[in-house]
Design a protein around this ligand. Structure first.
Ligand code: CTP
Length: 408
């Protein structure tokens, strides 16, 4: 089955002496759940807050504390560690550690490993807001940015000491996004991507609507994957319970008509349009102003067809539009998957279609995994294995990029 996005990645977590250290303990678990091989380096002051034993137990690995460890003398840990890992995250990073790194000091194991590191280094400042805003700390952070380190902005809010302001260690989610971006190739850096996701809702009266079971998970996974690979992403989402992903412009819509308008509004700026939304094919002919009352035993609802947004985009592209984004569709199928996918690819003038088996146990709507077949306009067909939706999104983006390179 599927592997996770950090599997086989060697990550060093450097922890320093801040009250926010308890959060980093939780992050060790999160890294492991995502498949990373994690090693922890603790500064002397970090050991005042949490014992090295806790990090050893959580990470399942030896915790590095000392530059002059007789047990590791032959491997010279301060040179080895930062050169054999894929990424270093320093969180929480105190004002003292930030100052040390900004001045290239090498007077403890963590600062020495950073100085010798050849991998990306991410830093999460965490301290009292007055210390954080102090010009000396700000100048040190700017120095680190100039040296090529990534600084993850702290959250604002109430601090352990009672002060309020910036300096809190951020939540896991934005940190995880930064980690993934630092590890992934930024091969979408020149792309502006529009992704549609989720269902649409077609109102019948003030309390009822027509919709479908789409959760939005696949579309959101694609939007996030593209963002992680450097794209500028606009996500046009029907009603979904998923949180808006960080770093992505999210446009919320309800009806197919609203999705149509919003998608065409972004047509000109998009280099790639990916239509993962499950758009209602029909809507009630009329939306009643008042709640429909219970009455006869049999009630009929008259439906009218919604516009096919993707087909309209394909037709617009085939007309004289000087702007030619790559058009990618989805086909949600319960039978004759390949034939139906091929028909939609041609009828809607697409560059590629992602064929989705909605009847499979672990595939399609609501599931966290998916098994899709990619079919492109040159007739190439690629069947992907059962993967998490995050990994399926990565594989779809790999294929789109290779198409983009051939189409231009
Ligand atoms: N789509 C769309 N607008 C619609 C219906 C579908 O843009 N009104 C898009 C979907 O976002 C998807 C593709 O068309 O990318 C195929 O959608 P799907 O529901 O699989 O097929 P339909 O075209 O609706 O055809 P059918 O109902 O016959 O399966």
């Amino acid at each position: 089955m599927s592997q996770s996005l950090l599997s086989n990645k060697k990550i060093i977590l450097g922890v320093t002496g801040s009250i926010a250290l308890y959060k980093a303990c939780e992050w060790v678990r999160n890294f492991q759940k995502n498949g990373a091989d994690l090693q922890v380096i603790m500064t002397t002051s970090a050991q005042e807050f949490v014992s090295p034993l806790s990090f050893a137990a959580l990470s399942g690995n030896k915790v590095f504390l000392d530059m002059f460890d007789p047990e590791e003398a032959e491997s010279i840990p301060h040179i080895q560690l930062g050169q054999t890992c894929d990424l270093m995250l320093i969180a929480p990073a105190t004002a003292q550690t930030i100052a040390r790194l900004a001045h290239g000091l090498a007077d403890d194991l963590l600062s020495t490993v950073v100085l010798a590191a050849t991998c990306p280094v991410l830093i999460c400042p965490a301290m009292n807001s007055k210390m954080y805003l102090n010009p000396a700390t700000q100048a040190n952070l700017q120095k680190l940015r100039n040296y090529g380190y990534t600084i993850i902005e702290p959250d604002s809010g109430e601090m352990a000491c009672g002060d309020t302001g910036p300096g809190r260690l951020p939540e896991w989610e934005p940190v995880y996004e930064n980690v993934l971006s630092a590890l992934l190739p930024q091969d979408y850096a020149d792309q502006q991507i529009v992704v549609t996701a989720g269902p649409t809702q077609e109102p019948l009266d003030p309390v009822r609507f027509l919709s479908n079971r789409s959760s939005g998970k696949m579309g959101y996974a694609i939007a996030k994957a593209a963002r992680r690979r450097g794209a500028k992403v606009t996500l046009i989402s029907g009603p979904s319970s998923l949180p808006s992903p960080a770093g992505i412009t999210v446009k919320k819509v309800k009806t197919a008509q609203e999705m149509y308008d919003e998608t065409f509004l972004h047509y000109e700026q998009a280099s790639i349009i990916i239509k993962a939304a499950a758009v209602s094919d029909y809507r009630p002919e009329e939306c009643q102003a008042e709640k429909i009352k219970k009455g006869a035993d049999k009630e009929e609802i008259s439906l009218v067809a919604n516009q096919d947004i993707l087909k309209a985009l394909g037709a617009h592209k085939a007309s004289k539009s000087p702007h030619q984004p790559l058009l990618i569709g989805f086909a949600a199928e319960s039978s004759r998957h390949f034939e139906e996918g091929q028909r939609k690819l041609q009828e809607k003038n697409l560059d590629m279609i992602v064929i989705n088996d909605i009847k499979g146990k672990k595939t399609g709507f609501e599931s966290d995994t998916n098994k899709v077949t990619l079919l492109d306009s040159n007739g190439a067909k690629e069947e992907l294995p059962l993967l998490s939706k995050d990994e399926t999104a990565m594989r779809i983006l790999d294929k789109i990029l290779s198409l983009k390179q051939t189409v231009g």
